[in-house]
Design a protein around this ligand. Sequence first.
Ligand SMILES: Cc1ncc(COP(=O)(O)O)c(C=O)c1O
Length: 500
Amino acid sequence: MLRGQVQAQQRRAASKATGAVAGDVCVRRAVSGARASQPLAAAAPSRATAAPRRRALRAAAAAVAAERAVVGPNPYAQPAGKGLGFYTGEDGFLYCDNMRVDDIRAQVKDSPFYLYSRDRITANYRAYQKALEGLDSIIGYAVKANNNLKIVQHLQGLGSGAVLVSGNELKLAIAAGFDPSRTILNGNGKLPWELELAASAGCLVNVDSEFDFDNIAAAARKVGKKVKVLLRINPDVDPQVHAYVSTGLASSKFGIRNSHLQWFLDAIKAEPMVELVGVHSHLGSTITKVNIFRDAAVIMCDFIKKINDEGFKLTYLNIGGGLGIDYTHNPSTKLPSPTDLIDTVRDIVKGLGLTLVIEPGRSMVATSCALVNTVTGVKTNGSKQFIVVDGSMAALIRPSLYDAYQHIELTAPCGGPKAVFDIVGPVCESADFLGKERELATPEPGAGLVVHDAGAYCMAMASTYNLKMRPAEYWVADNKLATIRRGETLDDHLRLFEGL
Ligand SMILES: Cc1ncc(COP(=O)(O)O)c(C=O)c1O
């Protein structure tokens, strides 16, 4: 049975058990530890209704047990206050590590806000570290996924390298204390000042095109430092992802023209300030099948052999970004782990005595975070129902940009009638939605609503469109809540015009 069907069965059974009827609305209980809000009709069951309710409760429990038997324990549910990252406690409330999200909402003045679990980030990093045991490797955290300084510093402290796509990201990485020899500057349009900074800092640099090579060589000569480079090659393997996050096909704007490889090898041989140390490929993001990485690695190794036959001695195979994540929150979904991924390329890398570089962004931070919103109201246009929240496409654009699904739920148990809603923000665009056609209990204004898996490509892509200022960021660390970035204010915006 599909999870949705199991849930629907549970809901039907549970609503029979509680006697919930259309018209019950969610009442947020102020008392800590309260069970799911109960419709008033359920508060004092009569003798006549008690037996059918008991039967219905047993049916609901059986449905839960049946689901567990099929899919194993639900990773998105844990004992209250005992889990890691975001999960629903057995009291029905949403938690971030040991803290109830609603208690955090009561402490934090801003809404919406981004909330992270620092320990979840650590666990995500450790999973890659463990997967790479026994291999020479660099984990280069892709800063583009989330450039919060505190998060970047945390990953640096765990031993990560950094993968950068702009001079400012490089400056941030330097400020965060990264060892430049474990950083890589990527990009199809690197500017001279960015390349000069990379050359003087001693970063590895990817060569993306003929003009990019000329600019790298010029930067190396200008700062008087030899630059170690990797050739970005498109293995032309289909990553089977959304076109906007597919980057390794022959038609991509990234990477060199493979048929022009010899031009690059000759140019590098003739340029004493540039040293070729490896090859790089990045197929795309959100990849969930490890054989795709293997297919690309095999092709890349053929390139390495061909290049070494020309007298080079390459040391790095960079396989680009990491794995996709389970945005669906379907407990029966089983995605590959970092160990599954690395094990598919381990023999190839070992065989050639290479250092493996992997550049995970999404899988390092996405699951550590939720965008926490407050419900402004519920409305209908006659055919559709909407939950209007204070967060929007300005704070989190992935659904509008890629039609991406991010799981949405209320932060507290809610006895309101279930309905199918579009969850929308207040921004003046029809594209302003956070989720479409989600079945949720009808919330009251003021209820908390989260968009899950918001740690990657969410805050990093936020804008101030409609002057909705970029939200504050918090994390739970050492069992406490801490601010890791202040929310932007209108004064920050007005300051840009001072003295003009
Ligand atoms: C060159 C490069 N490396 C790494 C990444 C990170 O990919 P992901 O977030 O899927 O791990 C990206 C993102 O698209 C990228 O462009």
